[in-house]
Design a protein around this ligand. Structure first.
Ligand code: F6P
Length: 351
C-alpha cells in the first residue's frame, strides 16, 4: 500500500487474550480512518508477530462489513512481544519505516499496553493504546470492553447452576477467569446470588468459607453456588495447593483452585460438591450491546487521538466520557476490585 495522499498511514494490532468487542473496535477504526479521514489502515496479523514479520492487510470498509457482532478478532492475536527477541525492536522500527507508518494502534490488555508504553517511552515509537480485556483490570479506565459480556455469560451460567444444584442438593463451585483481579467473580457473583465469592484481592480461609455454606444450609437452603476467581489465594497456612507450573509465556498456569476448594468444603460440611470451570466460554462469542457501543466509541476516539498526535497515551472511559490517559500510568499495574463493593454489597448476601 502506498502512502495515502492526504491522510495518515495507521497500523493496528490486537494483542494478548482475545475478548468480545475487538472486531467492533477494528470496524470503527477503519470506518473513521478510511471513510472520514482518507487514512490508510494496515491491520497486522497475530499481534506483534505481524509487525515483526511485516504480515498485514490493508483494511478497507468492505473488510469490516458484518464484523460488529462477531467475537474474536479478524486480525488474530498472540501473547508474545518484540522484547522476546534481541532484534525485535529493530524489526518493529523497520516495519514502521518501510510502511511509512505515522502511528500504531495497540488494542490490548495489561501485557500489550506495557509493551506499547515501553516502545513509546524508551524507543520513541508513535503508539496509542486501546484497553481491552474481559478481566477489567487495566489502570486508568473505568471499564474495558469484553468485561460486561464475560459477566453476563458467567451470570447466565450461575443461574443455570442454581437449578441443578437445588435438584441434587449440592454445592457447586464455579470458577471464572480473573488472574490478578476478581471483577468477573464479584459482579457475576452479586448478579447471580452466589452463596460466597472468592477473589484474588481477599485471601480466603477454607474453614470460614465452609462455615458460610453450612450457615446457608442450616437456614433451610439446600444448595449453594460458590463463585471463585481463578487467581484466588488461600490465607497463608490455611490450605496447601499443589505446586503450579508456568505456561509458555512464563505465567503461572491456573485452573486448579476450584478443584482444591470443592473437596475441602465437602470434608468440612458433608455436602456433595461439584466443580464447573467456565474458562474460555467467557471470552467467546458475540459482545453485549454495551460492549459493542464502548468498543465503537474507543475505535472512533483512538483515530482522533492519532490525528491529535497523542502518542504514548490510550483511550479510556472516565465517568461516561471517552478521554485519554498516559500509557506509562497503566504499565505494569493491575486495577483491582472495588473493595467497598465486595465488603458492603457482596458479603451482605453470603450464606
Ligand atoms: O485475557 C485475560 C485472561 O482471560 C485471563 O483471565 C486468563 O487467566 C487468561 O487470559 C487465559 O489465557 P490463555 O487464553 O492464554 O489461556
Amino acid at each position: 500500500m502506498a502512502r495515502s495522499r492526504n491522510g495518515l498511514n495507521i497500523g493496528v494490532l490486537t494483542g494478548g487474550g482475545d475478548c468480545p468487542g475487538l472486531n467492533a473496535v477494528i470496524r470503527a477504526i477503519v470506518r473513521k480512518a478510511t471513510d472520514v479521514n482518507g487514512d490508510k489502515v494496515f491491520g497486522f496479523y497475530d499481534a506483534w508477530d505481524g509487525v515483526l514479520e511485516k504480515r498485514y492487510i490493508g483494511l478497507k470498509t468492505s473488510d469490516v462489513r458484518g464484523i460488529l457482532p462477531r467475537g474474536g478478532t479478524i486480525l488474530g492475536t498472540r501473547r508474545g512481544s518484540p522484547f522476546d527477541t534481541k532484534d525485535g525492536v529493530a524489526k518493529v522500527k523497520k516495519t514502521f519505516s518501510e510502511l511509512e507508518l505515522d502511528a500504531l494502534i495497540v488494542i490490548g490488555g495489561n501485557g500489550s499496553l506495557t509493551v506499547a508504553a515501553e516502545l513509546h517511552d524508551k524507543h520513541g515509537l508513535p503508539i496509542i493504546g486501546v484497553p481491552k480485556t474481559i478481566d477489567n483490570d487495566v489502570v486508568g479506565t473505568d471499564a474495558t470492553f469484553g468485561f460486561q459480556t464475560a459477566v453476563q455469560i458467567a451470570t447466565d451460567a450461575i443461574d443455570r447452576l442454581h437449578t441443578t444444584a437445588e435438584s441434587h442438593d449440592r454445592v457447586i463451585v464455579v470458577e471464572v477467569m480473573g488472574r490478578d483481579a476478581g471483577w468477573i467473580a464479584l459482579q457475576a457473583g452479586i448478579a447471580g446470588g452466589a452463596t460466597a465469592i472468592v477473589v484474588p484481592e481477599v485471601p480466603f480461609d477454607i474453614d470460614e468459607l465452609s462455615q458460610i455454606v453450612r450457615k446457608r444450609h442450616d437456614r433451610g437452603r439446600y444448595a449453594s453456588v460458590v463463585v471463585v476467581a481463578e487467581g484466588a489465594k488461600p490465607k497463608p497456612g490455611t490450605l496447601v495447593l499443589p505446586p503450579r507450573v508456568n505456561d509458555a509465556y512464563g505465567r503461572e498456569k491456573l485452573g486448579d483452585i476450584a478443584y482444591a476448594i470443592a473437596p475441602e468444603i465437602s470434608a468440612r460440611t458433608g455436602f456433595e460438591t461439584r466443580v464447573v470451570q467456565l474458562g474460555h466460554i467467557q471470552r467467546g462469542g458475540t459482545p453485549t450491546s454495551y460492549d459493542r457501543v464502548l468498543s465503537t466509541r474507543f475505535g472512533l476516539a483512538v483515530v482522533d487521538a492519532v490525528h491529535d498526535k497523542k502518542f504514548g497515551q490510550m483511550v479510556v472511559l472516565k465517568c461516561g466520557r471517552i478521554e485519554t490517559s498516559n500509557l506509562s500510568t497503566t504499565a505494569n499495574r493491575t486495577r483491582t476490585i472495588d473493595l467497598q463493593l465486595f465488603n458492603d454489597v457482596a458479603t451482605t448476601f453470603f450464606g
